[in-house]
Design a protein. Structure first.
Length: 152
């Protein structure tokens, strides 16, 4: 069954109303449905004008969610936003959603949790394991090092 661009627009309204979406997610969804060119751009423009799509709102929501729910650090969040092709201004705005004190507390908590389950006893290997773990979660190496030195 073939859908008209108007029907796709209605589908995309529901898709965007369900949760915040990036422009790229909507574009990918339309490409999957074999819609291309001007039709895609027209639908995206309409969704922006109707406020179903807002890149800054998406970026802020993404940053808050990934930080609070998944425990991601700023580095990993920025990478995720870049994959969604969010404009650098949107990325900067999203980073303001994470307060410095809250960020440090989250890192401290993640390090403490990992320390409790880490079996490594040798201090240098233990520190290296914690550094790797925090880096995988997207936290900055300098900040992790600083936190670990507080523990010493």
């Amino acid at each position: 069954m073939e859908f008209t661009p108007a029907q796709f627009l209605e589908k995309m309204r529901r898709y965007c109303a369900y949760q915040e979406r990036s422009h790229q997610q909507v574009r990918d969804k339309l490409y999957e449905a074999q819609l291309f060119g001007d039709d895609v751009e027209e639908i995206i423009t309409t969704l922006i004008l109707e406020n179903f799509l807002n890149e800054d709102r998406f970026a802020r929501s993404y940053a808050r969610g990934k930080f609070r729910m998944n425990g991601w650090g700023r580095v990993k969040i920025v990478q995720g936003l870049k994959q969604h092709r969010v404009h650098p201004n949107g990325i900067r705005a999203a980073m303001t959603e994470i307060g410095d004190e809250e960020y440090r507390d989250a890192l401290r908590s993640i390090i403490q949790q990992k320390m409790r389950v880490l079996k490594e006893k040798h201090p240098l290997r233990r520190k290296a394991a914690l550094m790797r773990f925090a880096a995988q979660r997207g936290f900055e190496g300098d900040l992790v090092r600083e936190m670990l030195e507080e523990k010493d």
